[in-house]
Design a protein around this ligand. Sequence first.
Ligand SMILES: Cc1cc2nc3c(=O)[nH]c(=O)nc-3n(C[C@H](O)[C@H](O)[C@H](O)COP(=O)(O)OP(=O)(O)OC[C@H]3O[C@@H](n4cnc5c(N)ncnc54)[C@H](O)[C@@H]3O)c2cc1C
Length: 394
Amino acid sequence: MSELEATLWDVVILGAGPAGGLLASLLSSAGWRTLLVEKRLFPRTKVCGCCLNERGLQTLQRSGLGAIASLASHRAPTRLQLSARGVGRCSRVAVQLEGGGVISRSVLDAKLAQTAVANGAVFLNPCEGRVETRSESGASADCKEVRLRFQGTSRRVRARCVAVATGLTYSPFEVSRHRASYLGASTRLPEALLSPHEIRMGWSAAGYLGMVVLDDGSTNLAAALAPAFRRSCGGVGAAAQMIAREAGMLETEIDLEEVLGGAQWRGTPLLSCRAQTVACDRVFLLGDAAGFVEPLTGEGISWALDAAEALAAILLSERCLRRAERKWQQCSVARLDASRRRCRMITTVTRYPSVMFGGIKLLRSGLISRTLVSRYVFPRSGSRSSCNGGEHAV
Ligand SMILES: Cc1cc2nc3c(=O)[nH]c(=O)nc-3n(C[C@H](O)[C@H](O)[C@H](O)COP(=O)(O)OP(=O)(O)OC[C@H]3O[C@@H](n4cnc5c(N)ncnc54)[C@H](O)[C@@H]3O)c2cc1C
């Protein structure tokens, strides 16, 4: 039996996105025997808009990861351009932003995993994990077993508890998906299509598209699309082109066909989902694996970091895992529900491009405050909680 299998791990963490990476870093620095496993070879891209809000930066700072926060805030976006099409023409408005940053997911997630390793965690990559049920494993009640696919072999490891931070792709518990949910997709273009401190967002009939320039000068494009819209356009690339054209997101001299034509997109399953439970039998769900709404308000990374910080605090303070499960269930409902409700409300309203078009006109005329939009719709900061995709090429 290898050391991997002989060790009783304090925690096995599945998934090295922001939720899993930060949790591994915090628990290993507190002396927990931590095994972090990630199925995709690092560094890897991830479907994301790559905007990290102020709240996420603050969580990194509090967790002793100020160097990673600085990398993101170095490219803090100061201007958000919103555009949508009304009857026959498009309308645009610029909103000033404060705080937050931009960071590519290949850099952010790799840095978090590196920090966890520096703190003493063992990182298996690429390695896919699955939580075994009691009947499959026959494990005693004082531990949980995880089946790993690593270096072409199947191995079983034991842990006092398991944290599932696998994003939208895998869950050991039942997950309900919203029927009207959009799909996510993103790509990277080698050239900068806008200025480095700007975010552009455009709306069309059944989807929206965001663009930002990353630290290496490439442009990151991320979209949320109704599945039927993607099908009717003949694919994600064509749907993104349609949104960019209809909303007038880019300068007219840019040839969208030429710029976007050959882009390779990665996609996600349906975005809006919620796990029926987030803690049971020594297993804790966090980040997107616990539930997600949509990327419109650019908060998913900060929700994931926030969840990792809160779960680490519970696990480190609560010796009894049953109590920790109860606390995590209450905490994640209390913490996430308010921000999810706000995000759901905003995404429902923005489903109608005519509403967006009208809203943008009101913003331009000054009848709606731009500050209100930048604070409420795209919150860069936020108060702290009291409770301290199979992705695929498309
Ligand atoms: C189109 C789009 C744009 C977005 N834009 C933004 C944005 O600009 N700002 C923002 O804050 N949020 C944004 N988000 C949301 C953000 O990407 C997620 O909320 C965030 O990545 C969630 O982090 P996580 O750690 O929970 O999961 P993930 O980041 O999804 O990480 C999960 C990891 O687990 C791995 N994994 C999966 N299954 C297994 C397994 N069985 N074993 C081992 N490893 C496994 C995956 O490979 C992955 O690396 C966007 C989302 C989409 C879809």
